[in-house]
Write a new protein. Structure first.
Length: 56
């Protein structure tokens, strides 16, 4: 399994992993700063981040 596939199946965004940040900013079409802000506000659960960013 490719590393990207692991990110797609994850429940949380690991903000310590640069590849994962790159994957999610690309998937959600947001900047690093927008992703960091979303995680700061709602936590690192992917569904909560998507809802916060209106990407759900």
């Amino acid at each position: 399994m490719k590393e990207q596939d692991q990110f797609a199946d994850a429940d949380d965004i690991n903000m310590e992993n640069d590849y994962e940040i790159q994957y999610w900013t690309s998937q959600l079409k947001v900047t690093n700063d927008e992703l960091k802000e979303a995680v700061r506000v709602v936590g690192n659960e992917i569904e909560a981040v998507k809802i916060y960013l209106n990407k759900a």
